[in-house]
Design a protein around this ligand. Structure first.
Ligand SMILES: Cc1cc2nc3c(=O)[nH]c(=O)nc-3n(C[C@H](O)[C@H](O)[C@H](O)COP(=O)(O)O)c2cc1C
Length: 172
């Protein structure tokens, strides 16, 4: 039966919001010559003309201040087989870049190997809203590999459009 919640706590809020299925991105930049990156589900396209996108980093993220400092970033849209990469960039601290293959995009921000698409952006605007920032990027270039399937996130777990076509299945 459907639930109608007038008074809800953050766990209930998370549970309902988790029903919004999405792709997953890793947002990358280079600051002081060092690559930086973080997994972000909160990505969406904002404007076609001019081409703008947005994502929401937490106020507590340690990677985001370095992304801001670089003034540019790359949104890497993950492919179905990149679940491990996704987890690697979701852990705070440590060497997130161990074993990661990448090349600089137009802004110098890392374009991760094997992703479905990478979107190079200049930092356009930033707002503080609640416990997150809303960060707007102006798209400067697009790089896409046709035919790949996305890694999806739904109800707190990874999903795929075609489970039999995962990286693991292909390399088995
Ligand atoms: C599937 C998934 C989606 C995530 N989406 C976001 C997001 O939209 N915004 C955010 O701030 N953190 C998000 N995170 C958590 C960050 O990736 C994680 O807190 C961050 O990488 C921590 O590292 P940092 O301290 O280096 O920033 C997500 C994590 C996962 C697993």
């Amino acid at each position: 039966m459907a639930e109608h919640l007038l008074n809800f706590d953050s766990a209930q809020f998370r549970k309902v919001i988790g029903g919004f299925a999405s792709g997953i991105t890793v947002v990358t930049a280079v600051t002081d010559g060092q690559p930086v990156g973080m997994t972000c589900q909160s990505f969406f396209s904002l404007s076609l003309d001019p081409p703008l996108i947005a994502f929401s980093p937490s106020l507590t993220s340690s990677s985001y201040p370095r992304i801001r400092e670089s003034g540019a970033f790359c949104i890497n849209i993950l492919e179905a087989g990149q679940q491990e990469l996704c987890n690697q960039f979701a852990r705070s601290g440590g060497d997130k870049w161990r074993g990661v293959d990448w090349e600089p995009g137009v802004t110098g921000s890392p374009r991760l190997a094997g992703v479905l698409a990478s979107i190079d952006c200049e930092l356009e605007n930033e707002f503080v809203t609640g416990d997150h920032y809303l960060t707007v990027g102006r798209v400067t270039s697009l790089h896409a590999t046709p035919g790949l399937h996305p890694l999806l996130y739904f109800n707190g777990t990874y999903r795929q459009l075609h489970p039999h076509q995962t990286q693991q299945a292909r390399s088995a």
